[in-house]
Design a protein around this ligand. Structure first.
Ligand SMILES: *Cc1c(COP(=O)(O)O)cnc(C)c1O
Length: 381
C-alpha cells in the first residue's frame, strides 16, 4: 500500500516543537509573547522590512488595503488569475474589484493592459485606489513595468506575496517590492504556521498601526476605550513558534521546490512526453516554483489536463487545475475585466502537480509514471 501524495502538505523542519514547548513552559499562550517578537524580528532580518504577524494572509491584505484608505466607492485592481483571497478583502472594505488579464512571461498582472485601464480611468478623473500585484505560484511579477505604469498615475501597489516567500525580483525579495505586502503561512504555502500571515511594510509606523488594529484597536490605558474600528487578527505566540522553526529552513524549502519542478521537466523529457510544459521562468528573478505547474497540450500529449488529474486521483495522488480566474467566478462575474484570454487558456490547460518539499524521488516517479501511462493509453485509443 502506497501513501496518498498531497499537492503541497506542511513540512516541519525540526525546531518548531522546541519553540512551541517554550511557549507552553513559559505560559505565553496568547497573542503576546517572545515567539511573536522573535518571529517578526527574524522575518525583518530576512526581508529587510518591519513585519507584523497576523492570523492569516487574508487579514494582512485586508489591513493593508485599509492602510491605503480603500473604502466604499473605490475600485481596486487585481489580476483575474489568482486565489480569491487576493481580492476578497477589497470587498470587505466596500470597494469594487476590477480584474486584469495576465501576461505570458510570468503569468502575472499584464502591465500593458493595466496601462490601458489606468489611462482610461485617468480620463474619468477617478483612479483606482490600489493595484494588488500577485506573485503567482512563487514567481514575481514584472515589477519594473508595473511600477512605471502605476507611478505615472500615482496609484499605490500592494504586493500579495502569499505564494512567493523566498522568490526575488532583480535581487530584491518578494515581500519587499512595494511599500506594503502580505505573506501567508497557510498550511499549503512554502512555510507554514498551520495558518497565519504577515503584513510587511516599508514604514514602521504602518506596521504599528496594523498591530494596533489587529488587536481590537484598544486605546492606551487600562480601560476598554476605542476610537477606531479594530479586528481580532493577531497571530498567537504558539503559532509564531512554528513560524520561527519554519523560517530557519526556508532556503532549503525553496531549493527543494525548485528541484522538484525541474525534475518533473527532466523526467517528462527523458520519457519523450511532449505537450507538457513547465510554467515559464521569467528572466527577472528567482522563481521558487512553490507549485510545479505545467500546461498541457492535449494534441501533442495525447490526453487532456482533466484526464491527467483524474488518472492521478485514482492513484491517490492530489493534483489541481490552476486557479479559476476571478472573472469566471459566480461571485465576481459581473466585475469589469480587461482582456482574459491568457487567464482562460492557463485555467483550461494548467495543472498543479504534487510539489511539497518533502516529496521523495520515489513518490515523484509515481506521479510521472501515472502521467506517462495515461498519455500512452489515450494516445493509442
Ligand atoms: C494563500 C493565498 C492568500 C491568502 O492567504 P491565507 O493565509 O490563506 O489567508 C492570498 N493570496 C494568494 C495569492 C494566496 O495564494
Amino acid at each position: 500500500m502506497s501513501q496518498r501524495i498531497y499537492l503541497s502538505p506542511p513540512h516541519m523542519g525540526g525546531d518548531e516543537l522546541t519553540f512551541v514547548q517554550e511557549a507552553f513552559a513559559t505560559n505565553w499562550l496568547s497573542s503576546v509573547g517572545p515567539n511573536l517578537n522573535a518571529f517578526e524580528a527574524e522575518m525583518e532580518a530576512y526581508l529587510g522590512r518591519p513585519c507584523v504577524a497576523l492570523g492569516s494572509g487574508t487579514a494582512a491584505i485586508h489591513l493593508g488595503l485599509r492602510l491605503l484608505g480603500v473604502g466604499p466607492g473605490d475600485e481596486v485592481v487585481a489580476p483575474s488569475l489568482t486565489f480569491a483571497a487576493t481580492i476578497n478583502p477589497a470587498v470587505y472594505q466596500g470597494a469594487t474589484p476590477v480584474f486584469v488579464d495576465s501576461e505570458r512571461t510570468s503569468w502575472n498582472l499584464d502591465p500593458e493592459l493595466l496601462a490601458e485601464l489606468l489611462a482610461a480611468r485617468a480620463k474619468t478623473g477617478k483612479m483606482p485606489k490600489a493595484v494588488v500585484v500577485v506573485h503567482l505560484f512563487g514567481q514575481t511579477a514584472d515589477m519594473r513595468r508595473l511600477r512605471e505604469v502605476c507611478g505615472r498615475h500615482d496609484v499605490p501597489i500592494f504586493e500579495d506575496a502569499a505564494e512567493a516567500l523566498g522568490a526575488d525580483y532583480e535581487g530584491t525579495k518578494a515581500g519587499a517590492l512595494a511599500p506594503l505586502a502580505a505573506l501567508s503561512f497557510n498550511g499549503n504555502k512554502i512555510i507554514t504556521t498551520t495558518g497565519g500571515g504577515m503584513l510587511v511594510a516599508e514604514s514602521r509606523a504602518a506596521v504599528e498601526k496594523v498591530r494596533f488594529w489587529s488587536t481590537q484597536a484598544r486605546d492606551p490605558g487600562i480601560a476598554y476605550e476605542h476610537s477606531e474600528l479594530g479586528y481580532n487578527y493577531r497571530m498567537s505566540n504558539v503559532l509564531a513558534g512554528i513560524g520561527r522553526g519554519q523560517l530557519q529552513v526556508l532556503d532549503e524549502r525553496v531549493a527543494a521546490r525548485r528541484r522538484i519542478a525541474f525534475r518533473y521537466r527532466e523526467r517528462f523529457a527523458t520519457l519523450g512526453l511532449e505537450g507538457l510544459e513547465l510554467m515559464p521562468q521569467a528572466p527577472w528573478g528567482k522563481h521558487t516554483n512553490w507549485l510545479s505547474v505545467f500546461t498541457v497540450d492535449e494534441a501533442a500529449l495525447g490526453c487532456s489536463r482533466d484526464a491527467i488529474i483524474d488518472a492521478l486521483g485514482k492513484q491517490d495522488i492530489e493534483a489541481r487545475p490552476v486557479w479559476k480566474p476571478m472573472h469566471l467566478q459566480k461571485l465576481y462575474g459581473s466585475c469589469a475585466m480587461i482582456g482574459g484570454a491568457v487567464a482562460e487558456d492557463l485555467f483550461a490547460r494548467g495543472v498543479c502537480l504534487p510539489s511539497g518539499s518533502s516529496l521523495t524521488d520515489d513518490e515523484q516517479d509515481r506521479v510521472v509514471d501515472t502521467i506517462a501511462r495515461i498519455a500512452r493509453e489515450r494516445g493509442r485509443a
